[in-house]
Design a binder for this molecule. Structure first.
Ligand SMILES: Cc1cc2nc3c(=O)[nH]c(=O)nc-3n(C[C@H](O)[C@H](O)[C@H](O)COP(=O)(O)OP(=O)(O)OC[C@H]3O[C@@H](n4cnc5c(N)ncnc54)[C@H](O)[C@@H]3O)c2cc1C
Length: 413
């Protein structure tokens, strides 16, 4: 039996690995690049956040704004701890950082891709580098694959693992959607996920590079549903970025973010203290230091650069003596710390990490990854309508679905 896997990224490499375990199968891995795992190599800033150390399945699945239910079976079969063992057994020493992200100890993602270099030595696997699959046709029981050079080959089964369309220069340019659509599949709306935001205020000079360990986001989607998220952020020259921003961006993947219709988000810049407590704390400092410059009373509360911006908005003069300051304006400042409005007018262009949306999950069997529409066709990875937050969740989903797809070929042989 001949199997074609289209795309040598995370899901395709794992599917090929599993399928190769059955020596009866002839496995062809088509990769348009001249190397495996181009996107995996740049993931996690080159360190490759390979999975999560979060081993509570219920909690893990909460990190997928789309596809959580579909993923349940695959994540049960090949959960983060098994992914961890898989790479360690293959000789890659891993570490789990405090925030539960898992990386190679060497901080070198090429070790992860290196594991799959072994596929080249397997007698029943052929890697077709530089082969861009442009068409898949089904002829009764056989699939006919054609590449960009017009060369065709026949296969019994096909696994599409072409990824999403983010960072298209890595090779993941969204061709899988077109290949699947031609075989009868529907593709859900596609949107950018895990991106930074551009905001309408020019705070770059004042705040660029300033980070907060914990900020609480609140906003409302255009369908009226409320979203909330807490985590670290960093101000950039054009807006905001960081883990919490990425997570919020995936919740806003299908929202229009424009100058004319900005998305309003409210930031609680000090979520661990209640508004009244903060107010009391600041008024106490004012009362105890009547002759001090107001600007010197916020040490340990908020960074000076942020204070400057907020004071400007509250019309407060930070050079004034504390006892001369208007209480009304001070209250305004406190309320801004607890609810600072930013208007999102766009995303960092082309900087999204993943594509939200993809192959309609209703058309795929979650236990085998086989198409319900076209027998013998399978999917795995980001090409599916599955995406996760940052923290190793996207690669985890690709390993897990790739594992299932590769195994299903093996079982259904
Ligand atoms: C900058 C960046 C950093 C990231 N960091 C992390 C991280 O640290 N942790 C994490 O969990 N996730 C991370 N992600 C997301 C993660 O890398 C992807 O979700 C994951 O790689 C998807 O795996 P995949 O196998 O589905 O697709 P991909 O890894 O994108 O692989 C698809 C492959 O298919 C090939 N291909 C496409 N079309 C064809 C065709 N027609 N014929 C032949 N070959 C084809 C492509 O060349 C590509 O090699 C990051 C993404 C980016 C862009």
């Amino acid at each position: 039996m001949k199997i074609a896997i289209i795309g040598g990224g995370a899901a395709g490499m794992m599917a090929a690995w599993q399928a190769s375990l059955n020596s009866e199968l002839e496995v062809y891995l088509f990769e348009k690049n001249q190397k495996l795992g181009a996107k995996v190599l740049i993931s996690g800033g080159g360190r490759c956040n390979v999975t999560t150390g979060n081993n509570d399945l219920k909690k893990t699945l909460k990190n997928y704004p789309r596809g959580a239910k579909f993923l349940r079976f695959a994540m049960h079969e090949f959960p983060p701890e098994k992914v961890y063992d898989f790479f360690e057994d293959a000789g890659v020493k891993l570490k789990t950082e405090e925030d539960l992200r898992v990386f190679p100890v060497s901080n070198d993602g090429s070790e992860i891709v290196g594991v799959f270099e072994d596929l080249k030595n397997k007698a029943n696997v052929k890697i077709m580098f530089g082969s861009n699959v442009v068409e898949i046709a089904k002829n009764q029981d056989q699939f006919v694959l054609t590449n960009h050079k017009g060369e065709s080959m026949e296969f019994d089964k096909v696994i599409i693992t072409t990824g999403g369309q983010a960072y298209a220069h890595t090779g993941s340019s969204g061709t899988g959607y077109m290949l699947a659509a031609k075989l009868g599949h529907s593709i859900t709306e596609l949107g950018p996920s895990l991106s930074s935001f551009v905001i309408d205020q020019h705070l770059g000079e004042e705040l660029s590079g300033l980070s907060h360990i914990d900020v609480h986001f609140k906003s409302k989607l255009s369908d009226g549903s409320k979203i909330e998220f807490a985590g670290p952020i960093i101000w950039t020259h054009r807006g905001v970025s960081g883990p919490a921003v990425f997570a919020v961006s995936s919740l806003l993947a299908f929202e229009k973010l424009t100058k004319d219709a900005p998305h309003h988000v409210y930031l609680d810049l000090l979520p661990n203290i209640k508004l009244m407590e903060l107010e009391t704390q600041i008024f106490e400092r004012v009362a105890q230091n009547p002759k001090k410059n107001l600007g010197n009373l916020f040490g340990g509360i908020i960074p000076r650069r942020l204070l400057n911006v907020l004071a400007d908005k509250s019309d407060l003069n930070l050079e004034q003596n504390a006892n001369e300051v208007s209480h009304k304006k001070l209250r305004k400042l406190v309320s801004l710390i607890k609810s600072y409005e930013i208007k999102i007018i766009g995303r960092g262009k082309g900087d999204e990490f993943v594509t939200a949306g993809g192959i309609n999950l209703k058309e795929v069997d979650h236990k085998t990854m086989q198409s319900k529409i076209c027998e013998g066709l399978y999917f795995a990875g980001e090409v599916l309508d599955i995406d996760g937050f940052t923290g190793g969740y996207n690669l985890q989903a690709s390993w897990a679905t790739g594992y299932i797809a590769g195994n299903s070929c093996l079982k259904n042989e």
